[in-house]
Design a protein around this ligand. Structure first.
Ligand code: ITT
Length: 189
């Protein structure tokens, strides 16, 4: 079963494919030759997920899923939040991590969460699913797996960062996994 995700992010696509398993074939915007940048000017994860999914549905006529995700840090008033992909520099993970670590210097409350909001867009309009995973931020990078802020995030109940876990371990407990599970349940997929 083919399923179209409105993303340009290959790391996301790979994670989604691994989470959904071989029953599904995950396609991205690139696979449909939609190489244009979509302007994500929404003011919430939900709005940005909608912008991506609706764009993709309108371009292809195929029911589409948008994934908008980010890291929400309590001490930073929720930042980087919806600006996670471009907090210091567009998709430069090391610079974005460095900015978060700089702002978190000396802070004792290091709690944060990752969130994924999925928007499934069909001719009937949008439906949303959300997954969160809570944890704490380190003060340095650890591990090389995953992407984005994974090297500084230790999920509750674990002693290692997402970037120190094997991909299948992260994908069992992640925000993206939780959101995708809800999506699958809702449509009995
Ligand atoms: P698309 O919009 O094309 O899907 P994007 O990378 O721009 O790709 P987002 O706007 O949702 O996606 O930005 C999410 C950013 O949050 C992403 O670039 C990472 O820096 C971070 N992020 C999202 N999920 C993550 C995860 O599972 N682990 C670590 N960082 C993550």
């Amino acid at each position: 079963k083919e399923i179209l995700f409105a993303t340009h992010n290959l790391h996301k696509k790979e994670e989604i494919q691994q989470i959904l398993g071989s029953r599904f074939l995950v396609k991205s915007l690139t696979d449909y030759h939609l190489n244009e940048e979509i302007e994500e000017n929404g003011t919430s994860f939900h709005e940005n997920a909608l912008i991506k999914a609706q764009y993709c549905f309108e371009q292809t006529g195929i029911p589409s899923v948008g994934d908008d995700s980010g890291l929400v840090v309590n001490e930073l008033g929720g930042r980087p939040g919806i600006y996670s992909a471009r907090y210091a520099s567009d998709h430069d993970f090391q610079k974005n991590i460095a900015k978060v670590l700089e702002e978190m210097k000396g802070k004792t409350d290091r709690s944060a969460y990752f969130v994924t909001v999925l928007c499934y867009y069909t001719e009937q309009g949008p439906v949303y699913f959300e997954g969160k995973v809570f944890g704490n931020l380190l003060d340095e990078n650890k591990g090389v797996q995953g992407f984005g802020y994974d090297p500084i995030f230790v999920p509750d109940g674990f002693q290692m960062t997402f970037a120190e876990m094997q991909p299948d371990e992260k994908n069992k407990i992640s925000h993206r996994k939780k959101a995708l599970d809800q999506f699958l349940h809702a449509f009995d997929l």
